[in-house]
Design a protein around this ligand. Structure first.
Ligand code: WQD
Length: 338
């Protein structure tokens, strides 16, 4: 059974390709390599021994999307990762984000809507909740006004899919709202490859520990939390990847309750920045150089998932601890820098 993974050379995409192949699916990847490298294919093959089909083009080129689907009529499911995802960049370049994250989604859905049956998994984000009123966050929590064009593209994306599914019974879709994906495959053959200065906490920590960055800045310790630093739900990227496979299987096996569903994908546990630093120092046996600075614009105080729905309906649960995830991130950083 052939599954299309757009953005399959990216951080979460590549880990999902591995889990799909391990589950016996034939994978075809589309990636424009704007934020990834074809070296990732070697890493995937070294883990699974299976070569995914790979086509490099930009999904914004509609004629190429049309040509692709005219050549691949046997695609049973699509997992759509391809998108721009830097919150700060989205504020500076909104039109880039609306074109890259929305137009491409429409082009893909136009093709899937024509098929007798299709299964679609959408890469969404807990960012749609903003600062939720209640914690842990359930899927019924209200979607808040987006704090960035990036977050808005995730909200709009979900609405486009929902509206399409309403009038396209043969299209089945699931939106997975990720919390904070971290870590790397335990083999250290694939992992996160941020380009330039990392925006996210974990790669900044590992790059500081390896000596690539001078010092980690902790963005604020005056939040209303136990130690004053922000709380997030850090989920191992392999656990997240596995959630995509079980979500896809739910659709392929017609186990879905409606043809559009939403699931939170997190661990259900919140960790503060200082707790993450403490955990990292423990697993790496490295003393991390950090300082407390002012808050970062746009940061929310706390977000962690209520995972009851995914546990019960997907039969999925995150297995790895924060220590496991940080240990795998550190192993990967050391591998990449040698
Ligand atoms: C986590 C915590 C920072 C860097 C973002 C996107 C979200 C998703 C994941 C795509 C916060 C603190 C960070 C640093 C720090 N991306 N921090 N120093 O902001 O929760 O989520 O990435 O889907 O959509 O919004 O993740 O890793 O940037 O920050 O103190 O150098 O670490 O303040 O509290 P975030 P993050």
């Amino acid at each position: 059974m052939k599954i299309l993974v757009t953005g399959g050379l990216g951080f979460i995409g590549s880990h999902t390709v591995v889990e799909l192949q391990n589950s016996g699916y034939e994978v075809i990847i589309i990636d424009n390599c704007s934020n990834s490298s074809t070296d990732v294919i070697k890493g995937i093959v070294s883990i699974t021994g299976k070569q995914p089909i790979f086509e490099q083009f930009d999904l914004r080129e509609k004629n190429k999307v049309d040509d692709f689907f005219s050549r691949h009529t046997d695609i049973e499911g699509v997992i759509h990762f391809a998108a721009s995802k830097a919150v700060g960049e989205s504020v500076e370049k909104p039109l880039l984000y609306y074109e890259n994250n929305i137009a491409t989604l429409v082009y893909i859905l136009q093709h899937l809507s024509l098929k007798a049956s299709s299964s679609f998994i959408f890469s969404s984000s807990c960012t749609v909740y903003g600062q939720a009123d209640e914690l842990p966050i359930t899927e019924n929590a209200p979607v808040k006004i987006a704090e960035s064009p990036y977050g808005n593209t995730k909200q709009i994306g979900e609405e486009i899919i929902q509206d399409t599914c309403k009038v396209t019974p043969n299209l089945k879709a699931i939106a997975l709202r990720y919390f904070n994906p971290i870590g790397a495959h335990p083999s250290a053959e694939i992992g996160e490859l941020p380009i330039g200065v990392p925006q996210n906490l974990i790669p900044y920590i590992t790059q500081t520990a390896i000596g690539l960055r001078e010092q980690l800045s902790v963005f604020g310790n005056d939040y209303p939390t136990s130690d004053g630093t922000c709380i997030r739900d850090y989920i191992h990227v392999v656990d997240l990847a596995k959630a995509h496979v079980v979500a896809l299987q739910r659709l392929l096996e017609d186990k879905n309750s409606t043809n559009y569903e939403v699931f939170n994908v997190g661990t259900g546990t919140g960790s503060s920045v200082l707790e993450v630093i403490k955990s990292f120092e423990k697993v790496s046996e490295e003393k991390l150089n950090y300082k407390i600075v002012n808050r970062r614009e746009g940061d929310i105080t706390a977000a962690y998932a209520d995972t009851t729905k995914a546990n019960h309906e997907l039969g999925w649960q995150a297995k790895s601890s924060l220590d496991d995830a940080l240990s795998s991130a550190w192993k990967w950083e050391k591998k990449v820098r040698t």
